[in-house]
Structures are given as C-alpha cells and as structure tokens.
Design a binder for this molecule. Structure first.
Ligand code: NDP
Length: 271
C-alpha cells in the first residue's frame, strides 16, 4: 500500500514540498504519495487527525501551524524541543513524534553545499522566531569563534540565548555598536515584506557570506545591502529548503536523498 505524507500550512500555494519529496521518493523507488493540505486556520488539529485516521505516515508543517503541531506531539526530538516548534511529524501507532529539521538543513547548506565553515568564525544570526530558534543550536554546535543574536524584540533573542546557553557561549548584538562578522544570517521574515532588519554598523566589513533564509524573492533588501557593502558570497534559503526536506525524508524513510540537482533546479538567480 502506498505510504501517504503531506505538507500542512495555510496558505500553501507556493509550497515546493510536494515536488521535492516526490523527487526524493523517485530516487529510491519508494512507494509514497506526498500531498498538500491547506488546513483552515482554526482547523489544523482536526485536519491532522483526519490525515492520521486515513493512514498518513507523517507530514511536514509550515506557517502558521509549527507551534500547534509542537503542542500536539506526544514525543519530541531535542531539536524540536529547543526550537519550540516542529516542521516534521511522524506517526507511529498512537504516537505523534516531532522533529525540527530547519536548523540542520541550514547548517548543511552553509557548510556542505556552499563550503563555508562556521567553525572558528564570527557569526551573527538575525531574528528570534521559529526559524532562528531552530537554527541557533545547530550553529552553536559548529563551534563558531563568536555567536551573536540580534532581534527587533530583544527579549525574544535573550530567550533563545537562555534556552541554549548550556551548549556554549552566545551573545546579544548591540545594533548601535560597531560589530563585524564573518557570516551574517538573516532569519527574520523582513524579506517577505521587502524590508531589511536593523544591522549593526560595519556588520559586513569582514563578511564572507550573507545568507537569507527567505527564498524565491530574488535579491532581498538584506542581500542587496550585503552586496553593496562588498560581501563576496550571497545565498538565499533555497538550499536550506531542500536540505531540511532531505533530513525529514531520512527521518521518515531511513534514506538520505541527493540534493544538489534539486537545489540547482529550484534556484532563482539573485539579480
Ligand atoms: P517568525 O514569524 O517565527 O519570526 C519572524 C522573525 O522576524 C521575528 O524574529 C521578527 O522579530 C522578525 N521580523 C519580522 N519582520 C521584521 C522586520 N520588518 N524587521 C526586523 N525583524 C523582523 O518567522 P520564521 O522564523 O518562521 O521565518 C523567518 C524567515 O525564515 C522567513 O523569511 C521564512 O520564509 C524563512 N524560512 C525559510 C526556511 C527555508 O527552508 N529556507 C524554513 C523556515 C523559515 P520580532 O520578534 O521582533 O517580531
């Protein structure tokens, strides 16, 4: 019998997840079907239950249901626990297992695909929402020389720091100070509304990589500022998108799919 998976979100019109997972399944000849379920904003739990009752094996979860999915889970991986949000669920008997593969996907894209080491580098992570929370520990585990957070609402950045401070040194950047970094990662959603988050002065002075988690928006205002400051390497979040999906696929099916050709196919030039 064909195993059923799906992505839940609202809206979902833009979702690339069915294409990505269908490509992964074809690579291994896995008998699985991957659909899109645009649940009503107040109807996620009911839609998820109906999917499980119909034999669904697992799902991806995107905005705005990542926190609700986390709350509905009966078991959570450390990554999900620290992110306080889940993007991947697996159903086993009566259990709903939750993981968060966003951070692992981001780090894999930066280190493996783009070839930029985080180890020993000064890294700034902008934002403190679900994506930033998921990314913070995987970045810290790469052992950067310095790791700072900066968010519009400072208390949220402090909360992320407090969640993972047992795992290593982590600072809160002062946007009014002069601070240079080797790698600057934009995990705010500012790009989705055509804005650039506040940046410390001189932030790009020594920067080798500016990475925006947003994808499909071309050269975002954040990347445009980085380019104007002379940053030699710019990337958007399309690689992360494919890598977080690959990590989810592996968690469900026990097989690690190829990602490079898919990333190339989905990449929109940053012009
Ligand atoms: P959330 O809504 O959870 O968090 C949004 C964050 O952005 C908050 O820190 C918020 O600050 C900040 N923010 C929003 N608008 C502005 C602004 N105008 N100026 C400065 N800061 C702002 O979103 P997510 O964490 O889920 O998503 C963040 C981004 O990451 C999005 O662009 C999303 O598309 C992308 N993403 C990409 C993925 C990929 O696979 N490539 C996966 C997941 C997300 P405050 O706390 O002050 O409100």
């Amino acid at each position: 019998m064909t195993d059923r998976y799906a992505v839940f979100g609202n809206p979902l019109g833009h979702s690339k997840s069915p294409l990505i997972h269908t490509t992964f399944a074809a690579e291994f000849g896995e008998d699985m079907d991957y659909g899109k379920i645009e649940a009503p904003l107040d109807g996620f739990a009911a839609a998820l239950e109906a999917f499980r009752d119909a034999g669904g094996k697992g799902c991806n979860v995107t905005a705005p249901f990542k926190l609700e999915a986390f709350a509905l889970a009966t078991e959570r991986t450390e990554a999900a626990e620290l992110a306080g949000a889940t993007n991947t669920l697996r159903f086993e008997g009566g259990a709903i297992l939750a993981d968060n593969t966003d951070g692992a996907g981001l780090v894999r894209d930066i280190v493996e695909n783009l070839g930029h080491r985080l180890k020993g580098k000064r890294v700034l992570l902008l934002g403190a929402g679900g994506a930033a929370r998921g990314a913070a520990l995987p970045i810290l585990r790469q052992r950067p020389a310095a790791f700072d957070l900066l968010n519009r609402t400072v208390a949220k950045a402090e909360a992320v720091r407090d969640l993972i401070r047992d795992h290593g040194e982590i600072g809160i950047a002062d946007p009014a100070a002069v601070n240079a970094y080797d790698i600057v990662i934009n995990a705010t959603s500012a790009s989705l509304v055509g804005a650039c988050p506040a940046l410390p002065r001189g932030v790009f002075a020594d920067c080798g990589l500016a990475y925006d988690l947003a994808y499909g928006v071309g050269l975002s205002p954040f990347l445009a500022v980085a380019r104007a400051a002379g940053v030699p390497f710019l990337a958007d979040g399309v690689g992360m998108l494919v890598e977080q999906a690959a990590a989810a696929f592996q968690w469900w099916r026990g097989k690690r799919p190829q990602t490079r050709a898919l990333i190339e196919a989905l990449t929109i030039p940053l012009s």
